[in-house]
Design a protein around this ligand. Structure first.
Ligand SMILES: Nc1ncnc2c1ncn2[C@@H]1O[C@H](COP(=O)(O)OP(=O)(O)OP(=O)(O)O)[C@@H](O)[C@H]1O
Length: 336
């Protein structure tokens, strides 16, 4: 059976079920460089390592990923991560790989050669992979279900983590029919813990997520949504001489901070991007009118800090950065 990843520096691998908080903290430090767990992370990690289902509510950017990444490092076998966004999967996988953690994703954007390599590894009986990111659509296919069953029968399925778990609820704003299809996982793998993660706090949605996934007596963790590093400021457009100049002055006075500006219309994105460029601020537009190659380049350039500002419609999603929204009629809002 595949062993847990050894700690960097040559120490022996930690065995499943015997990790103290100190040992878990040392894994956090060695792989991610952080000295302590945040909020409810440790409780979530301990819950799934003890074999319990867990429902974890944490704000965006609160560190939900760590709740399954640490178990992946100390547990035997592969952690399956179900995520709705291919861009996020790609991003997480490349960040994990850069830390020496064996992780992969399976999606339509992967080359056939890569997919084959991943499947060979999974079929090997001794996979090197620790984390496998997949879409809910793939999990629902009979071929992939069979693969998971094989992995499970060999004792190599360590945990199922469901990111953005609120997408399973028809009560949520983000319902995705494909998420409904993963509700059979509990029946299929009754002994494998399921970790449901979300930042959506509505109680009706939480209850629906827990029952739709058939979580068994789950540990329910709710982190504080009080984020002292976040502030809101509202400026009234009518009181400003020139909204675009106000935005560019704000960006200049904030230093080179990574930012997104949301606009309602594509044309406004293009317009404002041009204005910012004229002001010497590196920026790019992101909206559904651009082809996927251009959008990927914009995202990559922004993630790697080659571009400071993305001016986007909601097609961009909402990462954890300074956000200026210019999409309300009489005001624009700043969130940092
Ligand atoms: N214990 C920790 N100490 C310091 N930083 C941490 C810790 N845990 C996670 N982080 C960092 O916090 C950031 C946000 O983490 P992560 O992306 O997991 O958040 P998230 O809750 O999944 O957000 P989202 O809802 O956007 O998916 C990452 O840069 C991550 O490395």
């Amino acid at each position: 059976m595949k062993k847990a990843l050894p700690l960097k520096g040559g120490s022996a691998g930690l065995r499943h079920g015997t990790k103290s908080p100190k040992e878990l903290e040392s894994v956090l430090k060695q792989y991610f460089g952080y000295s302590e767990f945040r909020g409810r992370q440790l409780e979530a990690i301990e819950a799934v390592l003890s074999g319990r289902d867990c429902f974890c509510l944490m704000p965006t950017g609160g560190g939900k990923s760590m709740c399954y990444q640490i178990p992946a490092l100390v547990k035997t076998g592969v952690v399956l991560v179900i995520s709705p966004l291919i861009a996020l999967m790609e991003n997480q996988v490349s960040s994990l790989k850069s830390k020496g953690i064996p992780a992969e994703f399976l999606s339509s954007t992967q080359t056939t050669a890569n997919k084959n390599k991943i499947h060979e590894d999974l079929d090997s009986g001794n996979p090197s992979l620790k984390l496998l990111y997949v879409t809910p659509e793939l999990v629902a296919t009979s071929g992939f279900k069979a693969k998971l069953t094989k992995l499970h029968n060999r004792g190599l399925l360590g945990l199922v983590a469901i990111d953005e778990a609120h997408c399973i609820s028809t009560w949520g704003h983000d319902f995705r029919p494909s998420y409904r299809k993963i509700s059979s996982l509990r029946k299929q793998f009754p002994d494998i813990p399921i970790l449901a993660l979300t930042a959506t706090a509505v109680p009706k949605v939480q209850k629906d997520v827990i029952s739709s996934l058939s979580l068994q007596n789950p540990v329910i963790l709710k982190a504080s949504f009080n984020r002292p590093n976040i502030f809101y400021e509202v400026r009234y457009k009518d009181l400003l001489d020139d909204v675009y100049s106000d935005i560019s002055n704000l960006l200049k006075s904030s230093g080179n901070v990574c930012s997104i500006i949301y606009c309602l219309e594509r044309a406004a994105c293009d317009d404002l991007t041009m204005h910012l460029a004229q002001q010497g601020i590196s920026s790019a537009a992101y909206h559904a009118g651009l082809n996927s190659k251009v959008r990927t380049t914009v995202l990559d350039d922004w993630l790697s800090s080659r571009t400071q500002v993305v001016v986007a419609t909601v097609a961009f999603g909402s990462p954890d950065v300074l956000v200026v929204t210019n999409s309300l009629p009489g005001v624009f809002c700043i969130m940092g």
